[in-house]
Design a protein around this ligand. Structure first.
Ligand code: TA6
Length: 281
């Protein structure tokens, strides 16, 4: 079904998908999790995002790949110290609605809203919107507004899986300072230069650099970050990939997550807003 000249609907498995296509770029967004599955700029027709060939498209679990939305906490580090709460929060496992859209032949803007921004102990009055702009770049903005009368704290991430021909020849540039190594009891370590992925990697870089690049043999993806206090880098490598049902066994060779994140707790006063944003080129 066509929603506009540049937006139509499709299915991926059991999931409803918005297909965006204009003269400068194409994208696909599953309404489940407002999960961006694909972004292909027309200038080179190269897919920027990686999707696991074993991803679950039944709405039973978060989709492995693309851009999962993490909010109002990151990983299992939630406001309530409650390990029973879902990893990375509860936005990526609910069905969203297309609230509005606009655009022309060169740019398409979509605004999506979740069913709810409350879950168990997290019951603050907060509004969340995802604004996606598809053009020769992909701009993803997760906007949080405190509509309550109390201060609210939250974390989050645009947990983007970038696609590559060969991870061993990938090199990340633009990340500086120290990182916390999840694989070594969160020990603080220095960001390597050159930054290559040669083993399982799970790092929270306390870095507010605004531009990073991931270079591979023939391709380079540019990433602009804003509203973040961290940049997370993750590759599960072989052993961890084998333990994940929705991660194809050799997939780690062709992806790396570079995530625009809040991991140090952001506090919003009543009526305040915050936007976590990633622009992919
Ligand atoms: O972003 C890195 C990370 O927190 C890793 O520790 C790993 O858990 C990854 O996210 C994937 O998490 P998920 O809940 O999507 O399997």
């Amino acid at each position: 079904m066509d929603i506009s000249p540049s937006i139509s609907t499709s299915k991926r498995g059991a999931l409803d998908v918005l297909v965006v296509s204009n003269s400068l770029g194409k994208a696909e967004i599953a309404l489940f999790g407002a999960h961006i599955l694909s972004f292909i700029p027309s200038k080179d027709n190269r897919e920027r995002l990686w999707l696991s060939s074993d991803a679950n498209f039944q709405g039973e679990k978060p989709i492995r790949g693309g851009i999962p939305l993490c909010w109002p906490w990151f990983g299992n580090d939630n406001q309530f110290d409650d390990d029973s709460l879902p990893s990375h929060g509860f936005l990526r496992t609910q069905t969203w609605t297309l609230q509005s859209h606009s655009g022309d032949d060169k740019k398409t803007t979509l605004t999506l809203v979740p069913e709810t921004t409350q879950f168990k102990q997290f019951n603050a009055d907060v509004e969340v919107k995802l604004i996606v702009v598809v053009s020769d770049t992909l701009k993803v903005s997760l906007k949080t507004t405190n509509t309550s009368t109390q201060a609210v704290i939250f974390n989050g991430a645009l947990h983007t899986y970038f696609s590559f021909e060969d991870i061993t020849s990938a090199e990340i540039s633009g990340i500086t300072g120290n990182y916390k190594d999840k694989l070594d009891n969160w020990a603080s370590k220095t960001t390597p230069v050159p930054y290559k992925i040669i083993e399982e990697t799970d790092r929270i870089h306390l870095c507010t650099s605004s531009v990073t690049h991931i270079k591979n043999t023939t391709i380079t993806s540019g990433i602009q970050h804003s509203g973040h206090d961290s940049i997370v880098v993750w590759n599960p490598w072989k052993e961890t990939s084998l333990s994940m049902a929705d991660m194809n066994n050799e997939g780690f060779n062709n992806m790396v997550c570079v995530e625009t994140a809040l991991t140090q707790w952001k506090e919003l006063q009543p009526e305040e807003s915050h936007t976590l944003e990633q622009v992919i080129s």
